[in-house]
Design a protein around this ligand. Structure first.
Ligand code: PBG
Length: 340
């Protein structure tokens, strides 16, 4: 019986606050609401088109009209923010990626149409050359190198074109040095003081972007004198302190929000940046993270709803205010039904 025990009984019993669902919910520290989510969407030219993405079950490339339907669904579930990625026809891709600054390009047309249908939506546009480059790089390639300052000039022009189309937030995902400052300057000069910059601050040279590159057909091409990967501009996955340098620079250059990407394998980076800036932090649950959970769930190996919710909540717990996820609609639906 109890008299025979010689070890001290604990005074503090954390399990008291885990006894019932009601108590657990009272003391739950992190609540991820759908209004903190951004749904990335892949936009196709033409109308009434849908092409499922093999490595991203449940997600498709959609023509603008169908993208608008998807926005409608999302808005009814409380997700009002969208990140748009255009699927550019191969015939429009060139080494200089000039289509990126064409005010009539697919992305600009999509922004204008969605804004017309849903002026209250928040549209985030990606600033990087890869969807438009026949070489599949985020910047211009010269003599076998991705050149920095010439690329930044194009990116600044691109951001202004996107702002003019109606983007609320421009999101440079290219990792060139000095691009945030140049984009801020160009936007202000063009009268877009109110367009915000969400900088991909700590974007790693990750292999989890595979399904995204399949969706856009945007992987670096295999050709002589073209870098085979993005390691000279995206960060080394083994580095953490370097993310602080990127964050310091982006904040100084005028970024309004900082992003960490990918998400789940980089929770320490989210937490680090949370500790050093007061700016909002975004985390991107990238295509490969989404694909892993979806694939395992399809095999019956994981509970999709429970695992996706856990992964997304973990990003918020680590310090992300805003989360980009392809599962935004799923999550918002579960939220409505009452997450447990
Ligand atoms: C391109 C870009 C990429 C992603 C977002 N913007 C791919 C890359 O850098 O190669 C990846 C997103 C994802 O995997 O979901 N600048």
């Amino acid at each position: 019986m109890s008299e025979s025990r010689d070890w001290p009984r604990p005074m503090r019993r954390p399990r008291r606050l885990r006894r019932s669902e009601a108590i657990r919910r009272l003391v739950q520290e992190t609540h991820l609401t759908p209004d903190r989510l951004i749904l990335p969407q892949f936009v196709l030219d033409g109308s009434d088109r849908e092409e499922p993405i093999g490595a991203m079950p449940g997600r498709s490339r959609l023509s603008i009209d169908r993208t608008i339907n998807e926005c409608k669904k999302a808005i009814s579930l409380g997700v009002r923010s969208f990140a748009l990625f255009p699927v550019i026809d191969a015939s429009l891709k060139t080494p200089e990626a000039r289509e990126a600054v064409n005010p009539e390009n697919l992305l600009c047309r999509a922004v204008r149409s969605i804004k017309e249908a849903y002026p209250e939506s928040c549209l985030v546009t990606d600033v990087a050359l890869d969807p438009y480059s026949s070489l599949g790089h985020d910047g211009l390639v010269k003599n076998g190198r991705v050149v920095n300052d010439e690329t930044v000039e194009v990116l600044a022009e691109m951001a202004v074109v996107q702002a003019r189309a109606g983007a609320d937030i421009v999101a440079p995902s290219d990792m060139m040095d000095g691009r945030v400052g140049a984009i801020r300057w160009a936007l202000d000069e063009a009268g877009f003081q109110d367009v915000a910059i969400l900088s991909y601050t700590a974007k790693y040279a990750s292999s989890f972007y595979g399904p995204f590159r399949e969706a856009l057909g945007s992987a670096p091409v295999d050709a002589p004198d073209i870098p085979k990967d993005k390691k000279t501009y995206q960060m080394n996955p083994a580095n953490a302190r370097e993310a602080e340098i990127e964050a310091m620079l982006d904040e100084a250059e005028g970024a309004d929000m900082l992003m960490v990407k990918p998400g789940l394998p980089y929770l320490d980076i989210i937490a680090r940046l949370r500790g050093m800036t007061s700016l909002p932090i975004a985390a991107y649950q990238v295509s490969g993270e989404y694909a892993m959970i979806k694939a395992a769930a399809q095999n019956g190996w994981l509970d999709e709803r429970a695992c996706m919710s856990e992964a997304l909540t973990a990003l918020a717990r680590a310090g992300a205010d805003v989360i980009l996820t392809y599962a935004a609609l799923d999550y918002a639906g579960w939220w409505r039904e009452g997450l447990s």
